[in-house]
Design a protein around this ligand. Sequence first.
Ligand code: PEP
Length: 252
Amino acid sequence: MFERPYIVGNWKMHGTRAMLSEARAIDRGAERLMKVEVALAPPFTLIHATRKEAGLIGVGAQDCHPAEGGAHTGDISAAMLKDSGAGFVIVGHSERRADHGETDADVKAKAEAALAVGLNAIVCVGETEADRDAGKAEAVVARQLDGSLPQGESAAAKVTVAYEPVWAIGTGRTPTVEDIGAMHCAIRQRLNAIYGEDGAAIRILYGGSVKPENAAELLGADEVGGALVGGASLTAESFLGIVAAAHEALEA
Ligand code: PEP
């Protein structure tokens, strides 16, 4: 595992102000587990309040529009996210790729828009079950990386990659530790090819049905620098269980 693992909670379309108590509890818990970098991506409507309530952890968004502004009803620009207190944005989540038809080029444009205003970007990639069954998982992920990662000066320093096999998201199923390690090593090679020596420092998160019970095992796979967590990030109890597992793994 990386020196300081990064555990990010993606609240998806969950949460009203009543859930800020969970964010506060996560923030307080993270204070005891400082070897781990902890962050939450609540829905847009809670970013500002989460930033105010949780002073220690990172706070980010789940998407942004690639344009600086304009006639895009219902969309949010990267600059607006920054203004509301976000420090990063997740782009290319498989639910956005599927629900909104986002292409690799769209994801790259969003990531570059984020970096342009000083946000960090978590770029998600991952194969479908059909891709894996057809033996195409690594090729699909390599193509997504080539098409989705932002370019430009010091881009690598602001990017995190999240490997999330689509079939593992919210299903309770996970790849084996060996399969995760193999994919993360393949991603590392691709990052080195894309960014040169800067590729070595990019954290690669695993995402897909991470829970307190399996976190230590999954985080122990080769080249895993942390986790992107959906369902298990919705309560402080389960999310802090994952953070604690990462913390303990570093102490072991
Ligand atoms: C996610 O959607 O990013 C995710 C990993 O979800 P879950 O942890 O619920 O599988």
